[in-house]
Write a new protein. Structure first.
Length: 674
């Protein structure tokens, strides 16, 4: 007798059909409805790429694709959550089963299921960055070497080298040669540390963040069954911000999309600015060559900026050779032309920007809708001083204020001791910078100084501290070498020279061995010396700096009648990507400042700097103000005349207005007239 089995079908995943034509522009609609096979979506700034991706997923689900058949890779957990929430709102239901998340999240999920196939326990632990540094430190000890004697950098620096090597798929020797040439003598030790590090992770059943990608690739290559299962399951693979993918992420997507070849990547080569994180622009530029019959879509309608701002951005980025040409078109009117404001120097630049922001605020623009962007953190030092002087509330995005960074405070601690030999905090900070001196012995040395009422001059004598243990004495001797140099009486009226002496006599080396971004920090310190140059006494310089230290770290400065959230935003351009403001200032557009001086040596580096300028310009919705200081002081060269940035020089004159600044002395204050 034949029996009938009743198959219960799942209820519809949507309550009604979405009106895609009314919700999307023509370019977005083509992506949503026509993106079958390998597809590259070139989404210009402010063109609604997130909206397009969400509607594409909704469209697939409406057409009967099951959620578990869609792989959707994002770059942050926040982006993944936003995508899922907006899809659920759009479909009026929960899209359970969708594989949506960061590459690391999805790698973790898959490894939890099949880790045993590559010799892992499924209950593996995950090392965060701090755990990883601790493990690297343990590996250094396992080498039976004294890090100081072996001239090994701090664990954090070693960890950065090893991680970049993994994500860029480059040898440790290549990474060190390109980014850390001063550590070339340690390449062999780094390779041994890497072997020990991997072995310790294996023994303790741990993976770090990089392993979530590396071991995921291993799983897909080693286990034919797993690879085929997921390649068959994922009928559609979507990747957001594809210009920011590294070589590991590119390889993963290639493996997982091999069966159905429905791979849709969305990105903007003109906004690829993270090569220092191992992002590989070739992934997006070479996509059509790597995937046969690629369809290319362009989203060029911009919903953020006025036409005048986009005209400038388009005019700039066209000078890049390695790109997919596209032209952003605004849905808004022309608006006001961007302004190029020429100022005398950094101090006048800071005063002008502060005054202009005050005027904008008085005209009704909220401070939270204004941003000042810069290439490097040190370029905002004078502006921070001026803002604090004027009592204007501001925050630094993704970092702490210039004068409160560790390396700045390190160098200032030496100078503070000169002015106040009883400054216990500065003594402890300066002493613990030396190898072999921890907080305990720093405190003992300070107590010895107090007990003997020692003068700065007597401290540098050969006999002072002679009863300290050998390693402590060695570190103290290094401190004395620096301190003896800056004690010279003829330097007291030259704080810039004092700073350079501190750097030359030891802090440069300290920075290189202790910070993974040592080059950036040394640029900050050179700017600190330049900043100190106009001061006639060390006391005046420290008085100004110390007054600014009343505004602490990342805490929001609120004063007067400012409402919470009413702060001006200061940010590096890298930190500003993805954000927008009504008014944007881009400062220090001078040759050697932006683009970075060394970028002129390599065409690829210069093109990335130009993309950085493009990103800065396209953050502005209504007004874009560019500033160019005509001169700056450089400690090594003295006063330097600064030509406009190449990114200004190559612009067509009709895409901006030139503005000169004049000073008008009103007695109590100086105003700046355009």
């Amino acid at each position: 007798m034949t029996k009938t089995y009743l198959l219960k079908t799942a209820p519809s995943t949507h309550a009604f059909s979405i009106d895609y034509k009314s919700a999307l522009n023509d370019s977005q609609l083509k992506v949503v409805t026509k993106a079958e096979g390998p597809c590259l979506v070139l989404a210009g700034a402010g063109s609604g790429k997130t909206r397009t991706l969400i509607y594409r997923v909704a469209y697939l689900l409406e057409k009967g694709v099951r959620p578990e058949e869609i792989l959707f890779c994002t770059f942050t957990n926040k982006a993944a959550d936003e995508m899922k929430n907006r899809i659920n709102i759009l479909l009026k239901t929960q899209s359970k089963g969708l594989w949506c998340g960061t590459f690391h999240h999805i790698g973790n999920r898959m490894l939890r299921m099949y880790a045993d196939q590559i010799g892992l326990n499924r209950d593996f632990g995950i090392l965060d960055d701090e755990d990883g540094r601790d493990l690297v430190k343990a590996c250094v000890k396992s080498l039976h070497k004294d890090p100081v004697e072996a001239r090994l950098p701090k664990p954090g620096v070693i960890q950065s080298i090893l991680s970049f090597s993994v994500n860029a798929k480059r040898s440790i020797a290549d990474v060190v040669g390109a980014g850390y040439p001063y550590l070339s003598q340690s390449i062999g030790d780094f390779e041994k540390i890497k072997s020990l590090y991997d072995e310790k992770k294996r023994k303790t059943n741990h993976l770090d963040y990089d392993d979530l990608l590396l071991r995921w690739i291993e799983l897909l290559k080693v286990s034919h069954e797993t690879r085929e299962r997921f390649a068959a399951q994922f009928r559609y693979c979507l990747v957001d911000e594809y210009q920011d993918t590294n070589r590991l992420q590119h390889e993963l997507i290639r493996i997982l999309s091999a069966r159905h070849k429905n791979i849709l990547v969305v990105g903007d080569d003109a906004q690829s600015i993270y090569s220092f994180r191992a992002a590989e622009i070739k992934n997006i530029l070479d996509f059509p060559e790597q995937y046969a019959h690629t369809k290319i879509f362009k989203l060029e309608t911009n919903y953020r900026s006025t036409r005048s701002i986009l005209d400038l951005a388009n005019d700039s980025i066209k000078h890049n050779v390695r790109q997919f040409p596209k032209t952003l078109k605004s849905v808004h009117g022309p608006g006001v032309l961007p302004q190029l404001v020429t100022v005398r120097d950094g101090r006048q630049e800071a005063a002008f920007v502060t005054q202009r922001i005050t005027e904008l605020k008085e005209s009704g623009v909220e401070l939270s809708q204004i941003a000042v962007l810069f290439r490097a953190h040190y370029q905002a030092a004078e502006l921070e001083m001026e803002l604090a002087k004027q009592g204007m509330p501001y925050i630094i995005r993704g970092g702490i204020r210039f004068f409160e960074q560790a390396h700045i405070k390190d160098v200032l601690s030496f100078l503070k001791i000169l002015i106040n030999p009883q400054d216990e905090i500065s003594w402890n900070r300066a002493l613990t910078l030396q190898p072999g001196i921890g907080p305990g012995y720093a405190q003992k040395i300070f107590q010895l100084i107090e007990k003997e009422s020692a003068s700065p001059e007597s401290i540098v004598s050969p006999h002072f501290g002679e009863h300290l243990p050998l390693k402590v004495r060695e570190g103290f001797s290094r401190f004395k070498g620096i301190f003896k140099q800056i004690l010279k009486s003829d330097l007291r009226d030259h704080p810039d020279v004092l700073i350079e002496e501190i750097l030359d006599k030891g802090y440069n080396k300290h920075a290189l061995m202790n910070f993974d971004n040592a080059k950036d920090r040394l640029e900050d310190l050179r700017e600190l010396a330049n900043f100190a140059h106009p001061y006639s006494t060390l006391k005046d310089f420290l008085a100004d700096v110390t007054l600014r230290e009343g505004f602490k770290g990342e805490s929001l400065l609120r004063g007067g009648e400012e409402e919470p959230g009413e702060e001006l935003m200061l940010s590096t351009i890298h930190q500003a990507k993805g954000l927008e403001w009504r008014v944007v200032f881009v400062i220090r557009l001078s040759d050697g400042q932006f683009p970075h001086a060394k970028s002129s040596e390599h065409e690829e580096a210069l093109e990335e700097e130009r993309r950085l300028f493009y990103v800065a310009a396209t953050r502005a919705k209504e007004q874009l103000i560019l500033t160019h200081p005509m001169t700056h002081y450089d400690y090594a060269s003295g006063p330097v005349i600064s030509r406009p940035s190449i990114f200004i020089a190559e612009l067509s004159p009709n895409v901006y207005d030139e503005v000169a600044v004049e000073e008008a002395d009103l007695g109590e204050r100086t105003i700046y007239l355009e």
